[in-house]
Structures are given as C-alpha cells and as structure tokens.
Design a protein around this ligand. Structure first.
Ligand SMILES: Cc1cc2nc3c(=O)[nH]c(=O)nc-3n(C[C@H](O)[C@H](O)[C@H](O)COP(=O)(O)OP(=O)(O)OC[C@H]3O[C@@H](n4cnc5c(N)ncnc54)[C@H](O)[C@@H]3O)c2cc1C
Length: 393
C-alpha cells in the first residue's frame, strides 16, 4: 500500500525543514520528511556528549547573517546567544591572533605598532598580483609571503590535499585581513548561536508544523521513493545520487571528527593555557597549520555559552570522500562544474513535471558551499514561489 502525502521532502537539514515548516503552516499541506541519518538537523545537528557538553556533530556551525528576513524567520523558533567568534592559529609553538590583524602584526614584530606601519609593511610585502588566478596568489597579494607561510600554506594543503596553487582564488577569499585591532573571524552584522542549540531550534520548527509533518529518520529516499505517493518532491540530497550517478560522481572533500571530553578536574590543569576556568583552549577555534594531521581544534562551549563545568574539544582531520565518508566540501574545478551542469539540466526537466514535480534545493542538490543563512534564504525564496503557484491554482 502506498503512503500518500502532498509533499515528500528528502533531507532534514536547514533546507528541508524550512520547506516543511513553511508548507505546513502556510499551505496546511501534508509532508513526509525522510532523513537517512538517525537524527534531524543535517550538518547543523548538535547533541550532548556523555559529560553533558553540547557539541556540534559535524564541525563548528557559527551562525551569522546580514539577512534580516532569515534572522526574523529563525527567531520564531529560538532566542539567541550573541557571540563574537574569535579564533587563533597555533604555529611555531605559540598562539597567534587570526585572521591577520594589527595584533598579529605586533606579535610578528615583537613590539607595539600602528595601522599606518602595518599598511606600509603590507604595501611593501604583498605581491602585486592584480587578478590572482589561484589561492596562493590571492593570499600572497593580500598578506605577503611571511603570513602566507605561517598561517595559510600548511592549513590549506592539509584541508584540500593539494597545493594552494592548484586551488581557485575563491577558496581563500573568504578570510578577512585587517589593519586595525578588529580580531573577529567573521564580518556579518548578526553573529549568534541558537540559545538552546540547533537541534532544539529544529524541534521547535517541527512543533510548529504539527500535525502536517511526519519525519522518518534512518530512511533513505531510494528505499521509499516507490512506496510514497506525493505530487511534489523537494530534494536536498546529492544531485548526482538522485540521477544514480549517470554522469559520474561529483567530487567532495570530507572530514573525520575526533571528540575528546574533559571533566572539570582535568580542565584545572589547562587553565594556564586556556586562561579561563572550565576550558581546554583559549578560543573557540584554534587552527593548526603545522605538521599535525588535523587542521583545527574546536571547543564549541566558548561560543554556545553553555554553563557546564566540563568541556569537550573536537579535532578535525581532512580526508578523501570515499566509502562511508560524508560529502562536505565540493571540489570546484572546470571538470566538476561540467558534470554538475549536466545534472542541473536533468533537474530542470523535472522541475516542471506534470505528474510529479521535483525541486532541488540546498547545498548538496546544488553542489555549492552555502552557509546556513544562505540555505534558509534560498528555501524561503523557493517557498514563496511555491506559495504563489498554489494561490494561483
Ligand atoms: C565542517 C562544516 C562546517 C560548517 N560551518 C558552518 C558555519 O560555521 N556557518 C554556516 O553558516 N555554515 C556552516 N556550514 C554549512 C552548513 O553545514 C550548511 O549551510 C547546511 O548544512 C546546509 O543545509 P542543507 O539542509 O542544505 O544540507 P544538510 O545540512 O547537509 O542536510 C541535508 C540532509 O539530507 C540528508 N540526505 C542526503 N541524501 C539523502 C537520501 N538519499 N535520503 C534521505 N536523506 C538524505 C543528509 O543526511 C542530510 O542530513 C558548515 C559546513 C561544514 C561541512
């Protein structure tokens, strides 16, 4: 017997759940959300470790946005814990301020300096490359060789398993460089964490969507596609998988996360390093551009604001995306873009289907790295189009 729903939504991340919530509360249509992992939230999922510390299961998720509509939308489901995300880089046996700013420059000089002196130093030391063609050229043109070698070269090489020379300039373009003392990692106006975490936020979204939304975790779309009758499918999984890899696999880089938990007692011995009672390291994120196999250590308790005497750190090891590894970062190149465009054309044909429409949204269906606020913005926009279509019916 077939299960009947108005919408079948594949994936319970920010993209899928935003669509489910909007469709349920605005159109009052029934949705089945299927998620192959054992939990909701996609990559933004968080949970409590055995010692009671809230940890981000798939790497640190720093919420930030300049998009008021997205902020207002999500604020219906959560209060916020404001935070300035600050990170450090550990190299040559010491912590450095990062991204590069006037404090970093002073650490390098070993004496006080000024914005003017730093600007003059950058003008002299940065390479004059008007249109950088790769990540190495981009960083050399922004901070010069000294800081490139210290902070960027090793980190980027580990992250992508290739030289920054082989990577598009856009890969490193997101990192700011400042000649003042602004040491914030990110530039967006609104920077905050959901007060009770992301999973609590997702649960509130589903609560609002009751009774129109049913969620099935540990359920792969491929296994239930035939069993489910729904005139519309919203697909947020990998686009190549949807078409059974007809044009080949889209390449991704993956990560392995290694969590270590600490009791309050164990943390006492780290106080000299962390500078704070109840913490293991001095900032939410410490980059490790050196010989270590991991790229960064994250202690998310710095950012969540959780009041808990224990703490946990997560070491992040980049790895190839083979076997069971999760697809995290699209490897953008002319070859992968060519494959993606073939899938996109196939997807476009299904978006106007008569019997069953399929919409492809989210990071995996679009083979793009999107931040959380971007996927929520895209889902809200997609819903608006859907709602207009339904109102015209
Ligand atoms: C390491 C890392 C750190 C990040 N840090 C930040 C950050 O600091 N700030 C920020 O804004 N963004 C960050 N992001 C990006 C953020 O994770 C994404 O914007 C967000 O997860 C996108 O949501 P989504 O719903 O499109 O995809 P996802 O969250 O990936 O959700 C898609 C879901 O679909 C499920 N799925 C796939 N195929 C199937 C199938 N066949 N059947 C059933 N279910 C399926 C998957 O299991 C997954 O749960 C980070 C990403 C990574 C990888």
């Amino acid at each position: 017997m077939a299960w009947k729903f108005d919408f079948l939504i594949v994936g319970a991340g920010f993209s899928g759940l935003t669509m489910a919530e909007r469709i349920a509360t605005r159109l009052r249509k029934s949705c089945l959300v299927v998620e192959k992992r054992p939990h909701i939230g996609g990559n933004s999922h968080d949970s409590y470790d055995p010692s009671g510390v809230l940890v981000h299961s798939y790497g640190p998720h720093y919420f930030r946005t300049n998009n008021e509509a997205v902020r207002n939308y999500l604020s219906q489901f959560t209060a916020w814990h404001p935070v300035d995300y600050k990170i450090l880089s550990f190299t040559e046996g010491r912590y450095w301020q990062f991204p590069v700013n006037l404090n970093t420059f002073e650490q390098y000089l070993g004496r006080p300096s000024s914005s003017e002196e730093m600007e003059a130093w950058l003008a002299e030391n940065c390479q004059k490359i008007e249109h950088p063609k790769n990540s190495e050229d981009f960083v050399l043109s922004k901070v010069g060789r000294v800081f490139y070698e210290k902070f960027f070269k090793g980190y980027t090489t580990k992250q992508w398993a290739c030289s920054p020379k082989e990577l598009d300039a856009s890969v490193c373009a997101r990192i700011p460089v400042r000649t003042n003392r602004d040491d914030r990692y990110l530039n967006e106006r609104f920077q905050a964490m959901p007060k009770n975490g992301y999973t609590a936020l997702f649960e509130k979204m589903l609560e609002a969507a009751r009774p129109f939304v049913e969620v099935m975790t540990e359920t792969d779309f491929a296994k239930i596609a035939e069993k489910t009758q729904a005139s519309e499918v919203i697909y947020t999984g990998p686009i190549d998988e949807f078409f059974r890899w007809k044009h080949g696999h889209l390449p991704y880089r993956s990560l392995r996360f290694e969590t270590e938990s600490f009791t309050a007692e164990a943390l006492l011995q780290r106080e000299k390093i962390s500078g704070k009672k109840g913490f293991w390291q001095p900032a939410v994120q410490v980059n490790h551009p050196g010989e270590e196999a991991f790229t960064r250590i994250v202690e998310i308790k710095h950012a969540t604001g959780q009041q808990c005497e224990n703490s946990a750190i997560v070491r992040e090891y980049p790895q190839d995306c083979t076997g069971d590894a999760e697809p995290y970062y699209p490897i953008c190149s002319p070859a992968s873009e060519e494959i993606f465009q073939k899938y996109r054309a196939m997807a476009a044909a299904l978006q106007t289907g008569r019997d069953r429409r399929v919409s492809f949204i989210g990071r995996l269906a679009n083979y793009r790295y999107f931040n959380m606020d971007q996927v929520v913005g895209i889902a809200l926009h997609e819903f608006q189009k859907l709602e207009n279509r339904y109102r015209e019916k």
